[in-house]
Design a protein around this ligand. Structure first.
Ligand code: ZN
Length: 138
């Protein structure tokens, strides 16, 4: 069995951002040379998510509005976590949107369903943060 590890780094300009990282993951898969296997993609920070959904700008804005309704950033003193920090909301948003995705690799390609794309969801950005891509197979 072969394995391949890549770390992607994102430093978003805003506190919250949503980035389509599908081509980054496809590049890692191409570099791995793996044709059949599994591809894990996970946020390496507890205030960011990796998730799969549609690459449609209205939907991305709907996710952001929904997350802000569930766990608004302000007022920051609303969160017990916010002693020396102001990212209590970001931990909750990450939990809702998930840590990782796993995609099957078939014939050298990510074996997606219709419209599936991989996104990095940032909830406490403006600093470098990492995403792990681990691909195993043959
Ligand atoms: Zn925190």
């Amino acid at each position: 069995m072969k394995s391949h590890r890549t770390v992607l780094t994102f430093n978003t300009p805003h506190r919250r951002d949503y980035i389509n990282i599908t081509t980054d993951v496809e590049a890692a898969l191409a570099k791995s040379g793996i044709r059949e296997g599994l591809c894990l993609v996970n946020a390496m920070h507890i205030t960011a998510s990796v998730f799969i959904n549609d690459n449609e700008s209205g939907l991305i804005q709907d996710f952001d509005d929904w997350l802000e309704e569930l766990a608004p950033h302000e007022p920051v003193e609303h969160y017990r976590h916010n002693g020396g920090e102001d990212n209590g909301d970001a931990h909750l948003k990450r939990q809702v949107m998930g840590r990782e995705v796993v995609v099957a690799v078939t014939n050298g390609k990510l074996d997606f369903g219709p419209w599936e794309q991989i996104f990095y969801g940032e909830f406490d950005g403006r600093r470098p943060k990492r995403v792990l891509v681990k691909i195993i197979g043959e």
